[in-house]
Structures are given as structure tokens and as C-alpha cells.
Design a protein around this ligand. Sequence first.
Ligand code: NDP
Length: 309
Amino acid sequence: AMAVQAPCIQLNDGNTIPIVALGTGRGTAKESDSIDEVRQAVYWAIEAGYRHIDTAAVYQDEEQVGQGIAEAIANGLVTREELFVTTKLWNDKHARDKVVPALQESLKKLGLDYIDLYLIHFPIATKPDDSPDNIDYLETWQGMQDARQLGLARSIGVSNFNATQITRLVSNSYIRPVINQIEVNPTNTQEPLVAHCQSLGIAVMAYSPFGFVVSRGQTGAPPPRSDDPTLTALANKYRKSVGQILLRYLIDRGLIPIPKSTNKQRIAQNIDLFDFQLTFEEVAAINQFNKNHRVIDISDWKDYPNYPN
Ligand code: NDP
């Protein structure tokens, strides 16, 4: 298969970001899967043309991501400068003076000397035992700005922030976040939050892009499934898979999808999105599936300060 490059868009700090990222969080991994598959997936992704890899300290796979990147660079597939690597600060490192050391730890595991994008993973602060902590994310943001000033992170942003939190952060900080990474898929279309971020020049990365269209091992999950007539009609019309239709739907909304796959064929398929586009009406038809129903259940934290309702 030929390598396919995703286009880049410009962030509000002037840096550019490729609009498809490989997801490496393994929330959908099976018990039998080995962690080494992450190294292999990253390598296959770069081979297929991906230039953007998404990881996080909490995924405990930064070493494998780094190994995949190092192999690709060593084999001459790509240079460090051509890659865009995103990682995230975990909830128990929200004190200002913990942010830079946490990033340094991530960089060490990744084998990199800078990260392209560093995100606050959640607005919620916890102690290491996951009990609530009451550190304001405005304080955490000071630490993120420190990381950027030091050149350890070229761009900084957030994840899982709601509209109120985005507004409060923008109004009270020197550097505006470039990204809010949130869940977006057919049953959780997030139109108001996406519009709010975009109106402030904050680009949106869409996680869990396949939603419940792929099995999440949950019974009673809301439709659509992969045999849904609306989705299969679009797949037939464009000669693409239902998965590719869902990713293109996100791109056509101006979002940056983060498909996770460790399968070589699906990795290649998930970036082969740039020879077709959906019409306005087709995007609107997929929006109709919305039920504000999340795949990633964070309700264990619902009573914590700064829970993103
Ligand atoms: P996804 O929507 O990416 O779903 C992944 C599942 O879809 C896997 O089972 C994968 O299986 C399967 N799959 C991949 N490609 C296809 C395809 N073309 N057709 C059919 N099935 C396919 O969900 P995730 O929850 O993993 O989210 C993606 C990424 O987003 C994460 O890996 C992580 O990087 C990020 N994320 C961030 C969060 C945050 O809080 N900021 C929270 C959750 C995720 P297979 O591997 O076998 O192909």
C-alpha cells in the first residue's frame, strides 16, 4: 500500500499539526494483547504515512511509542522534525512544580528531547491514590506555560475540558490552549463544545472516533452499529469502510480524529481519507445519531472538583 499523508492545519500559536493521529491508548485492548504491539503499531503507522502519534503518561506505553519512533527514524522512514508527538499530564501531577518534571519523565520514556503537544489530560486533580485533590487547573496551566517556555513542549493544550472551563482558562491565562481533546463520535457529537472551541481558535482532537460503532464490550449501547443503513449507504457510495466514513465525518467537521488500531490493514485504512469528502447533508445525517452518550465513562469522578459536566 502507498503511504498517505494527512494535511496539516495551523494552531493558534503558529505551529502546524497533522489532522489524523494514531491513538495508542489501549482502552479497547484485549487481555491477551501484548504491550509490544504498540511499538509495532507506531512503526506501521509511520510507514503508512502517519506523522502524528497520540500517547499519555497514564497509558504506560510511552517507552513502546518511543521505540516505534526510534526504529522508524533509524530506518530512514522519517525525521524527528517531520513527526508530531502528543502526550498528556496525568491528574496526580497538577501542582505547578510537578508539571515540568512529569513532562521530563515522559520525554525520557519516549526518548525525545521535546514534545510537539502537551495536554492536561483532565481538568480534575487527584492524589496518586485517585482520591480528589483541590488544585485549580489555572495553577496547572502555569506549569504547562513553564514547559513551553523551556522548549520542552512546542505547543500546550487541554483535554476533557467543558465550555465553561475553556472560557475560564482563556480569560485567565497568558498563553491560550491550542487544542481541546475530547470524545466525539456519532452518539456524542459535541456540537456546542466544538463550536465554542473553534470560535476561540482552539482546535479539537476527537478521541474514541468510532464510538459504539465498533464493539466496546458493552451491552445495550446506543446505535448506530456498523450495519446501520445510513452508514453502509455512505460506505457503498464512496467505496470506503464504515470506519473511514466515521473518520471523514470528523475531518469534514474540522476535527482531528485519533483512531486507535494495532492492526496493520486498519492502520493504513484509517489514514486513507483524502480522496473523498462527505456533503454537508451527510455530515448532518450522522449528527442525527447524537445522544450525548459517552463511550469513555468517567462518572467515578463525578463528585470531584472540576468534573467536566
Ligand atoms: P477508537 O474509537 O479509536 O476505537 C478503537 C477500536 O476500534 C479498537 O478496538 C480497534 O481495533 C477498532 N478499529 C480501529 N480501526 C478500525 C476500523 N477501520 N474499522 C473497525 N474497527 C476499527 O477508540 P479509543 O477509545 O481507543 O480512542 C482512540 C484514541 O484516543 C486512544 O487510543 C487514545 O490515544 C485517545 N483517547 C484519549 C482520551 C482522553 O481522555 N484524552 C480518552 C480515550 C482515548 P483494532 O486495534 O483491532 O483495529
